[in-house]
Design a protein around this ligand. Structure first.
Ligand code: HDD
Length: 682
């Protein structure tokens, strides 16, 4: 009997020979003839240590994971470009702002903060908004968030903040959520957190899509022109689709319906050629303006309202390419606030100053080497050269012996290596004087005026959402003294808010906390409200269309065309995913009803044959589909037959509920006025 050297048929599902693809090899390039069976002694004998192919494969697999980011572990990313639309050479000599129409490639990573890499996309959390611009004078990393302020004023508090918000040290839960004792204990003892906490309790912390979030550089930075003159600047990203958020119940349920909701949305939009865009704007001001404000521009817990310093749009970001490989690009991306380019400079914000160390340091432990800058996603796209050498995983092969400087090797006709040039980065000169002290400036001492301004800038619905978020979070806090301390802080933000939260958690309202510095009354800013700036558009919005056997195909086609004509997309849902016979043709659904709840859509439509509608009115998945769309304040477009499902769901039609032909218009909105009819907003 001929003895088969390699029997690839057993355990190979009948596919004896896979076709196509390049030769499979070991990491040393040796071609492999069998990737199914290990080397063993005899037909049923032990596996041999000699099996170098098995050992190499398992060895590599065993080391596939690297330490996840201590914060912002879960992220979604895309490639794209920055285009300068309004050059600012008078303000900055940065190459990317030099000419109208100039394009600079970039890579952007959005993230949640608290959860691990495998956690969910829609918890209540701040979102990271990190952009790496590959400019011709080096990489500029603008590592910001979707909230313009930060919890703390000094980097020395960062480990404490993060320890308190991550899962509790003894229990290992909760994952990806701030609703627990330790976070609120920290917050209640650090009143400087109040402003960011207000934003985090607002709908900003439950974005509808990564494509619908604002981004902020947070700190005050400097722009420096060719003459060396510096101005202060704050950086803003404004989504062209408008800023949109989920409602809380929807975001919580989405964690079950699709825990990759944001990642999928970004990927699918880019794959479909529906490229997300943001305007890039600067708020530029000088020392005199800074001195006129009742707060310190170096304090990262403060914004400068755009009514005081208007935004100037100078460019746009377009994300037009999905990563090819999640690990190589997203996971290995290393963002460093210290990656800066000539024309941009740091301010003395103590949080920023601490960040300049932390990010460089963390990459060494995450990526294992000081040569992480050579990984393709991190490497500059412009030439780079210096005399840093060697180290783990060195992949460059420098030539010659000029690894020190100064040198005079050029006099011996040898390559002297790179030299510093007068046109390189120059720190903007700034006078510094004073005693060496471990203190916080008194100008950082007002912790309540801006959270109060934020509260007064919101609509009634938005205020109700904030109050409910506090109630939810504090309802998960077990220690009464912590809840009470949060209420005492809220008293200084707004006594009405404090009372609502106290009522919600059944506690007496304590006296207001003693502020370090008395709050001042600041004018509300409409720009801080999402609802006041709602952009009625179908672009980026997804409509879930429920149909079944016997539905009218011509009507379905017409509705889909009308929605697409306005830039919206349609996801069809049916009780079965296979081919269905319709009136006038046949059609396959994109998703099955029970697996496609209405949380996944911005609005829903129903085009159903009367008998199918009758049947679905007894199906909880269909009734839930409609009911949840209603309580999540979405437009519902129905046919006459499907009214029976609405009735079963107990829905009383309002402005957002009507015939499906109106949907291309109604689906542009959420129905905030409906909210008071389905829950107590007081
Ligand atoms: Fe940070 C990651 C944003 C304060 C230390 N941070 C990280 C990321 C974003 C931010 C978006 C993810 C980058 C990526 O996608 O890879 N961080 C901020 C903002 C802050 C801020 C907007 C305040 C304005 N961070 C901050 C402080 C420290 C850190 C004060 C430490 C003193 N941050 C880190 C870090 C991370 C990080 C531990 C984890 C992974 C990484 O850096 O690369 O070093």
């Amino acid at each position: 009997m001929a003895r088969p050297m390699y029997n690839t048929e057993i355990g190979n599902a009948g596919e004896t020979q896979q076709k196509g693809g390049e030769a499979l090899t070991t990491n040393s390039g040796m071609p492999i003839s069998d990737n199914q069976n290990s080397l063993r002694a005899g037909h049923r004998g032990p596996t041999l240590l000699e099996d170098f192919i098995l050992r190499e494969k398992i060895f590599h697999f065993d080391h596939e994971r690297i330490p996840e980011r201590i914060v912002h572990a879960r992220g979604s990313a895309a490639h794209g470009y920055f285009e300068c639309t309004d050059p600012i050479p008078e303000l900055s000599r940065a190459a990317l702002f030099a000419e109208k129409g100039k394009k600079t490639p970039l890579f952007t990573r959005f993230s949640t903060v608290a959860g691990g890499a495998g956690s969910v996309d829609t918890p209540r959390d701040v979102r990271g908004f990190a952009v790496k611009f590959y400019t011709e004078e080096g990489n500029w990393d603008l590592v910001g968030n979707n909230i313009p302020v930060f919890f703390i004023q000094d980097a020395i508090k960062f480990p404490d903040l993060i320890h308190s918000v991550k899962m509790e040290a003894d229990k290992g839960y909760p994952q990806a959520g701030s609703a627990h004792d330790t976070f609120w204990d920290f917050v209640s003892l650090m009143p400087e957190t109040m402003h960011t906490v207000m934003w985090a309790m607002s709908d900003r912390a439950i974005p509808r899509s990564l494509r619908m979030m604002e981004g902020f550089g947070v700190h005050t930075f400097k722009l420096v022109n060719a003459k060396g003159a510096a101005s202060f600047v704050k950086f803003h990203w404004r989504p062209r689709l408008g800023t949109q958020s989920l409602v809380w119940d929807e975001s919580a349920k989405l964690q079950g319906a699709d825990n990759d909701y944001h990642r999928r949305d970004l990927h699918e939009a880019i794959a479909a050629g529906d490229f997300p865009e943001w305007d890039f704007a600067v708020q530029v001001f000088d020392q005199a303006l800074a001195d006129s404000l009742p707060y310190d521009v170096l304090d990262p817990t403060k914004i400068i309202p755009e009514e005081i310093v208007p935004l100037r749009v100078i460019g746009r970001m377009v994300l037009d390419r999905n990563p090819d490989n999640h690990f190589a690009e997203n996971e290995q991306a290393a963002f460093l606030p210290s990656n800066i380019v000539p024309g941009i400079d740091f301010s003395d914000d103590p949080l920023l100053q601490g960040r300049l160390f932390s990010y460089l340091d963390t990459q060494k432990s995450r990526l294992g080497t000081t040569n992480f800058h050579q990984i393709p996603i991190n490497a500059p796209k412009c030439p780079y050269a210096n005399m840093m050498r060697d180290g783990l995983m060195q992949t460059a092969v420098p030539k010659g012996r000029a690894n020190y400087e100064p040198n005079s090797l050029d006099l011996a006709a040898e390559d002297p290596g790179p030299r510093a040039s007068a046109s390189g980065f120059m720190t903007a000169p700034q006078e510094v004087a004073g005693e060496k002290l471990r203190i916080r400036a008194e100008t950082f001492g007002d912790h309540y005026s801006q959270p109060r301004m934020f509260w007064h800038s919101q609509t009634e619905n938005e205020q109700a959402h904030i109050a409910s978020a506090f109630v939810f979070e504090l309802s998960k806090v077990g220690l009464d003294h912590i809840r009470s301390r949060v209420l005492a802080n809220l008293q200084n933000v707004d006594p009405g808010l404090a009372q609502r939260v106290a009522d919600g958690i059944g506690m007496d309202l304590p006296a207001a906390a003693k502020p370090f510095r008395a709050p001042v009354e600041l004018a509300p800013s409409d720009a801080l409200s999402i609802q006041k700036n709602w952009k009625p558009t179908l672009q980026g919005r997804k409509i879930g269309l429920l149909f079944g056997e016997g539905s009218d195909k011509a009507e379905i086609d017409k509705l889909i065309a009308a929605i697409k004509a306005e830039g919206g997309s349609v996801f069809t849902v049916a009780p079965k995913v296979g081919m269905l016979k319709l009136k006038g043709g046949e059609m396959k659904a994109d998703g099955q009803l029970a697996g496609s709840p209405s949380m996944l859509f911005d609005a829903i439509a129903m085009i159903l044959a009367p008998d199918v509608a009758e049947k679905l009115a007894k199906d909880s998945a269909a009734v839930g589909f409609v009911n949840e769309a209603f309580v999540h304040l979405k437009a519902i477009g129905h046919c006459n037959g499907s009214k029976v499902i609405l009735a079963r769901a107990g829905i009383e039609p309002d402005a957002g509920v009507g015939h499906y032909s109106k949907l291309p218009e109604t689906a542009k909105h959420r129905y905030w006025a409906r909210e008071a009819t389905i829950r107590d907003l007081a």
